[in-house]
Design a protein around this ligand. Structure first.
Ligand code: SAH
Length: 349
């Protein structure tokens, strides 16, 4: 019995087509139905002559948690290696839909405020595992008569630590014969791997980039983001300028609001100054407390507004992130983290 072929394996599907002397139209119809229209597997495969040879999915949907308070759904997937990852569907009140995807299991950046960084393991997801998150979420939304609009790399992992697969994923998402999504509907968020940001901007000038800055004081930043030692602020600022020049579009600056760490009005003034001459949109992120960092707490709502006002007064485009799914984030996030730690230990025994 020959092995099944992943729907994302372009050369293998082409070989299968030649082997079976299929009309290219068959492959086109299959891809259009599955990757562009997100129809159910059976419908997409219905008229494909070798449907039993095609695997539509590499991930198993392990659990789905739908928010009871807003339009967020957390999808827990199991990889073929038995690890759990999560993706989040955000159905925003304006009617927009965004999918937040994971690029790794765990993360080597080990940021103090991040549950994924506390997992103590980091494994890259394959391109197919990242793409299948988009496919399965797209299929869920299609059953609700919604269209998936944006894909953001803000789930588990550091996308630029999985650079090769990230490139394959973005190529596949934007290829007209595959997902056919616009590059402007994709956003890649990084902890600040300066050289990879430049390479990415060169290769994908139309894809949005976001930098998790969180502080413009080098020591403060190192205190919460260990990787900041490797990519100091001066280097990041130069990278941002270069990314702006290459992309001719604004870069998103994420700034997590942590009480008494980086949230004083003076911090706001320094941030505005640091961003002078950079085309940036600052997104202030309310902190979701995590169990492993009891020493961290989020900035009060009013203080976030005051921080935003200082930035705006300095002429800096600023918004506060509207966060969805607070009721399911804790439950599912914790679940993945604990289960994966056990799964990693088990697989080493
Ligand atoms: N590694 C990438 C992408 C994943 S995290 C990055 O660092 O950008 C996506 C965003 O969520 C980042 O800005 C990250 O700093 C933020 N984040 C991580 N933990 C958080 C928490 N507990 N509360 C709020 N935002 C968090």
């Amino acid at each position: 019995m020959p092995e099944n072929i992943s729907i994302f394996d372009v050369p293998a599907i082409e070989q299968l087509r030649k082997e079976l002397r299929l009309d290219p139209q068959h492959v086109r119809v299959l891809r259009n139905r599955l990757l562009k229209r997100f129809l159910a597997d059976e419908t997409a495969l219905a008229e494909f002559p070798a449907s039993d040879r095609i695997d539509c999915h590499t991930l198993e949907l392990f659990r789905r948690c739908d928010s009871q308070i807003d339009g967020a759904s957390k999808l827990l997937f199991k990889t073929s290696a038995g690890m759990l990852i999560e993706s989040v569907i955000l159905r925003i009140a304006t009617g927009r839909t965004t999918l937040c995807v994971s690029s790794q299991v765990g993360c080597a950046a080990a940021c103090d405020f991040c549950a994924t960084g506390k997992m103590g393991i980091a494994q890259n997801l394959s391109a197919a595992e990242i793409l299948d998150q988009v496919l399965q979420a797209g299929q869920i939304l299609a059953t609700e008569d919604r269209r998936l609009q944006n894909v953001v790399f803000m789930g588990m992992g550091e996308p630029f630590h999985n650079e090769g697969n990230l490139y394959d994923v973005v190529e596949t998402l934007t290829a007209s014969h595959l997902f056919d999504r616009s590059p402007g509907s994709i956003l890649v968020s990084t902890v600040g791997v300066a050289d990879a940001m430049l390479r990415f901007a060169e290769r994908f000038p139309m894809v949005n980039l976001a930098l998790s800055l969180h502080s413009v004081d080098q020591l403060t930043r190192e205190g919460i983001i260990p990787l900041a030692k490797k990519y100091p602020l001066d280097q990041l600022r130069m990278a941002l300028q270069e990314v702006n020049r290459i992309q001719q579009r604004e870069t998103m600056i994420e700034y997590l609001m942590l009480a008494d760490v980086n949230d004083s009005l003076d911090d706001a003034r320094q941030l505005a100054e640091w961003l002078t001459g950079i085309d940036a949109h600052v997104n202030l992120i309310p902190y979701n407390a995590i169990e492993d960092s009891p020493h961290l707490s989020g900035t009060a709502r009013d203080d976030i507004t005051a921080f935003a006002d200082v930035l705006k007064a300095a002429g800096q485009k600023t918004t506060v992130r509207y966060s969805l799914g607070s009721d399911i984030a804790a439950a599912c996030g914790q679940l993945v983290r604990k289960e994966n730690r056990q799964r990693a230990i088990d697989s080493h025994q």
